[in-house]
Design a protein around this ligand. Structure first.
Ligand SMILES: Nc1ncnc2c1ncn2[C@@H]1O[C@H](COP(=O)(O)OP(=O)(O)OP(=O)(O)O)[C@@H](O)[C@H]1O
Ligand code: SF4
Ligand SMILES: [Mg+2]
Length: 343
């Protein structure tokens, strides 16, 4: 296992420097309406609140945070599956809010989606060939020979050999790792520019997790893909991402390149996340053993000021419980939303 992890780390080092902005998220809000008996709106679940970031072409970013902090809501909005309540999503030059019909369909073709639960993501009554043909038919590839040739190409890339053995199998006849390879093959079918992977290995056996991460890294390299990798497990991110965004209660509270964030975490919540990982390489892991007490806050009525203040041992009365922190940049490229770093 250690050898495999080292190999995955080596591959992560080979990532090319990013070039141009592919995705720009600007002041994004995703609020779900809370209705009484299905009628009047009595509040909102503020799943994503004022989130901004840019993703470069070929760049890999990990979004980490506890369950319910808004990771999937953010990704579904980027995929065009959720309507933002406010803000903008600009992808490959297209403003998502201006797209409809065919424009929106073409937008979605450029983003591949790898879900958490591969079995749930695959239609149970379709065999592998049908599962992979369907998106090609929808995208207008009418020639069957062309479709099969494309399917063979992606199946080779995700290392499902021999192809003939898999084409007529149904999802329940495949192992979890094989199912996830089919999900990845489906995400790659239409030559996307971006892959959004939402906890792609969390439901797999430990023995296949590294293999799937290595496969995704190899695809990222060979196709120059951008990847957003969502996880609550910080121990896997350094093998996969150039930057890490830490999410807490709908906000991105720390953004930095991977090495810097693991070596020098700034936000008290990031310390807590690192302390909770078993990663022996994470600097400061020993010095931040104390995971803050309490639960993540309600996203309907988040705490005033810093959303983390009820759990933060360093909270400053009269400041943290009153004023929402803005992003500070204590070192170049390292952003943190915490009053401790106010210059
Ligand atoms: N369609 C919806 N309607 C109302 N509330 C929703 C909806 N989808 C998500 N939520 C709520 O929004 C918040 C964020 O959910 P989300 O699924 O984005 O979190 P997450 O970080 O992906 O969590 P997990 O790690 O468990 O997958 C949660 O409080 C969730 O209950
Ligand atoms: S702003 Fe205050 S409460 Fe929030 S993380 Fe920083 S020190 Fe803690
Ligand atoms: Mg989720």
């Amino acid at each position: 296992m250690i050898t495999e992890l080292q190999e995955a780390k080596r591959m992560a080092m080979k990532i090319q420097d990013p070039v141009e902005t592919l995705l720009s998220i600007q002041d994004l809000h995703v609020w779900y309406e809370l209705r009484r008996f299905g009628f009047s709106v009595v509040g909102h679940v503020k799943a994503v609140d004022n989130v901004s970031f840019d993703l470069a072409e070929g760049e890999t970013v990990a979004v980490v945070g506890e369950s319910g902090c808004g990771k999937s809501s953010l990704m579904k909005t980027i995929l065009g599956l959720n309507n933002p309540t406010g803000g903008r999503v600009v992808f490959d030059g297209d403003d998502l809010s201006k797209l409809k019909g065919e424009g929106l369909r073409n937008y979605r073709f450029k983003i591949g989606y790898v879900q958490q639960d591969p079995y749930g993501a695959l239609p149970p009554f379709m065999n592998v060939q049908k599962i992979l043909e369907e998106p090609l038919i929808i995208s207008g590839m009418t020639d069957k020979t062309e479709r099969l040739s494309r399917i063979r190409k992606v199946m080779t890339e995700v290392k499902l050999h021999p192809i003939e053995d898999f084409l007529h199998k149904f999802p329940h006849m495949l192992s979890g790792g094989q199912q996830q390879r089919i999900v990845i093959a489906r995400a790659m079918l239409r030559e996307p520019k971006l892959i959004v992977a939402d906890e792609p290995v969390s439901m797999l056996d430990a023995s296949v997790r590294v293999e799937i991460l290595k496969l995704m890294r190899a695809l990222q390299e060979s196709h120059g893909l951008s990847v957003i990798y969502i996880t609550h497990d910080l121990s896997t991110v350094k093998y996969f991402s150039q930057r890490i965004f830490v999410m807490y209660a709908g906000n991105l509270i720390e953004k930095a390149d991977t090495r810097r964030l693991l070596q020098n975490p700034l936000h008290p919540y990031t310390h807590a996340l690192l302390a909770a990982t078993s990663d022996p390489d994470a600097a400061n892991a020993e010095s931040f053993k104390e995971v803050p007490p309490g639960e993540p806050p309600s996203l309907v009525n988040p705490p005033k000021g810093c959303r983390f203040h009820p759990r933060c041992s360093r909270a400053m009365v009269g400041l943290c419980d009153e004023k929402e922190p803005v992003d500070f940049e204590p070192e170049p490229g390292h952003l943190v939303a915490c009053w401790l770093y106010q210059p």
